[in-house]
Design a binder for this molecule. Structure first.
Ligand code: SF4
Length: 321
């Protein structure tokens, strides 16, 4: 969902608009998308369907278990969780969302095709949750695409009011916002109203508030891939809580503003510089030194991707991980 660089929205505006029109949050987001981008409804839906198709295909690719990341730190965990999930402690749906989130994140770490949602670093959360909930409730593609527009409504408000990059606001701005978007989409798919969707988003973001961005060696691998799985689990639980009638005491827009304020308070070492948190542990530093030794500087990794002919695949905008 785009807004042409101008931000007139709060989440409560969008929810109230949806409630007064008697439509879903996704429907309101779709209408605004057409208005601001100047494309037809048919074209907007077609583009979102294309995103959904990419998400599905990334899940399949990641679950194959054959991927290895550029830095060699991640790969194969999605398949392990998928194989294990019937014996799991957390329940089949939570683990399905987690394995799919891992799958898409592993595809990203191996330079494959994903949808940045809202960023490449957090690309697994929405497909993990959305495809699992769609399966659970028997939703068709039309409803699933509309749920992606609901996710977009949360994303555009978060991007406009607080920011969605780890460099700007820490991982709460990437995985936290992804969880918020995913939870809203899950509520819509499950038949919850726009107000419940907004509160599911708020509760997800609250659970991840303050999460720092500390990628080992500056690569979107550790802790990023596993954080996608945990964020998907949080989104599933937040969606269920909202559907059960639980509401965030702090209103959703205030939660988003708090996330932005926390992000601005985070030291630079915890905002994607790989100078703090897990990146600064003895193991993090040693892995970083080994990767730099094996691959040269980080620009060498980018060159490696182009040499494999992967350029042109869907990637995030500059500056977002
Ligand atoms: S790069 Fe930072 S913000 Fe992005 S997923 Fe990794 S830890 Fe989170």
């Amino acid at each position: 969902m785009t807004n042409g660089g101008f931000h007139p929205f709060t989440l409560s505006d969008l929810v109230n608009e949806a409630l007064s029109e008697g439509v879903s949050l996704g429907e309101i987001a779709l209408r605004h998308e057409c208005e601001f981008s100047g494309i037809s409804r048919l074209e907007a839906v077609r583009r979102m369907q294309a995103n959904l198709d990419v998400m599905r295909s990334a899940v399949q690719q990641g679950l194959s278990g054959r991927l290895r990341s550029a830095g060699g730190l991640v790969g194969g965990d999605a398949a392990k969780v998928e194989e294990y999930k019937s014996r799991g402690l957390s329940g089949d749906h939570i683990l399905s969302a987690a394995s799919r989130a891992l799958a898409v994140s592993e595809v990203n770490a191996s330079m494959g095709l994903i949808v940045a949602s809202p960023t490449a670093g957090s690309c697994g959360v929405i497909p993990g949750v959305l495809l699992t909930v769609a399966e659970r409730v028997g939703a068709d593609d039309e409803a699933t695409v509309m749920a992606l527009f609901a996710a977009g409504a949360v994303g555009i408000v978060a991007a406009s009011r607080a920011g969605i990059s780890g460099a700007e606001g820490g991982c709460q701005a990437e995985c936290g916002v992804a969880a918020a978007m995913a939870a809203a989409s899950a509520v819509q798919l499950a038949g919850g109203d726009p107000e419940a969707a907004a509160h599911a988003a708020a509760m997800s973001l609250k659970a991840l508030l303050g999460l720092v961005c500390d990628p080992v060696a500056g690569l979107v691998e550790v802790p990023c891939v596993k954080r996608n799985a945990f964020s998907a689990a949080i989104a599933m639980i937040a969606a269920d809580m909202a559907l059960a009638g639980v509401r965030s005491v702090i209103p959703p827009d205030e939660v988003i503003d708090a996330m932005g304020a926390v992000g601005r308070m985070l030291p630079v070492a915890l905002r994607e510089t790989a100078e703090g948190g897990l990146a600064a542990t003895p193991t993090g530093k040693s892995l970083s030194a080994r990767i730099c030794h094996n691959l040269g500087d980080l620009s060498g990794i980018t060159i490696g991707r182009e040499e494999r002919g992967d350029s042109g695949k869907t990637r995030e905008p500059e500056g977002l991980s």
